[in-house]
Design a binder for this molecule. Structure first.
Ligand code: AKG
Length: 291
């Protein structure tokens, strides 16, 4: 899988800043062909520390009842998976600084279209020995449909999802490389029927803090952490701003337009969210299947 890996000249470091890792034309071609791209040491350890600090403050707020968090182990300060970290009650400036200073050039390279917009911004969390297992799936897919290939091609490049761990030893994202723009094989559909399904050509994505895996959410994939190892992994999606806000990402307008909230954000994040708001249907958001 060497072609899908990229590593910044910079190794993990405690230095305050590192040059932003630039996504090359070759990376883009690899991403298009494989449906995923792993960047190694894309973020400085100071960035990871800032994001972990933001998660600690989030946990404080959850414990104080200032935002709604689910818990794997409340006393152990272990929240469960959480979304909407850019909403006022969960927001921390470290999230937006990361978007503005590191992520934006990556997103703009990987998403086709003139402009990028916000979609989902959350964190996968596991731990305490609590199993986390998903069936194999395509997020917005239609496995086995007669128009599956046409559908996948129609939306290819319109969006990107990523996993970026904050805790060491993330081996919990499993994918099928290259499955994002072809019809599902019968064996893949069979494997997706139960958690014990055996998926042909599966790859375990091994990530460390500072790494990021960008992927097409319609790649066959699953989250798999049956032993419940500790996991805090940023899990976010962005879209081509020309695509209207859809059902699965609807409902964020009210919190995001809370007085003073957008104004405190750095410019790129503010713009990404503004484009989400500008594309927000008054009612009846479409599903991706409708577009
Ligand atoms: O746990 C993961 O890494 C993948 C999560 C996922 O695929 C999902 O929630 O749809």
């Amino acid at each position: 899988m060497g072609v899908t890996l990229r590593q910044a000249q910079n190794q993990p470091s405690t230095e305050v800043s590192l040059p932003v890792l630039v996504i090359s034309q070759k990376d883009k071609e690899t991403y298009a062909a494989q449906g995923f791209l792993i960047l190694r040491c894309a973020f400085a350890q100071t960035r990871i520390a800032a994001l972990l600090e933001a998660v600690e403050r989030l946990i404080d707020k959850g414990l104080a009842g200032e935002c709604a968090l689910g818990w794997i182990d409340r006393e152990g300060r272990l929240p469960s998976r959480t979304g909407h970290l850019l909403n006022p009650d969960k927001y921390h400036p470290a999230f937006a600084d990361w978007i503005d200073e590191d992520l934006a050039p990556h997103l703009e390279a990987l998403i086709c279209g003139p402009e990028v917009r916000h979609s989902l911004f959350g964190m996968l969390a596991s731990g305490g020995g609590k199993p986390y297992t998903q069936k194999w799936h395509r997020d917005l897919g239609k496995p086995g449909a007669p128009d599956e290939t046409a559908y996948l091609h129609r939306h290819e490049g319109s969006f990107v999802q990523f996993n970026a761990p904050l805790v060491s030893g993330d081996r919990f994202l499993h994918i099928v490389p290259g499955s994002h723009r072809r019809a599902s094989a019968a064996a893949e559909i069979e494997a997706s029927r139960s958690e014990s399904g055996k998926m042909p050509n599966a790859l375990v994505v091994a990530l460390e803090p500072g790494d990021i895996a960008y992927y097409n959410a319609n790649l066959w994939h699953r989250g798999w952490n049956p032993e419940g190892h500790k996991r805090f992994t940023m899990h976010c999606a962005f879209w081509n701003a020309e695509v209207p806000v859809m059902q699965h990402e609807y409902g964020q307008r009210e919190p995001l337009t809370q007085q003073g909230h957008l104004g405190q954000m750095p410019p790129i994040t503010r713009q990404y969210i503004q484009r989400y708001l500008d594309n927000y249907p008054a009612a009846h958001p479409p599903s991706l299947f409708d577009l």
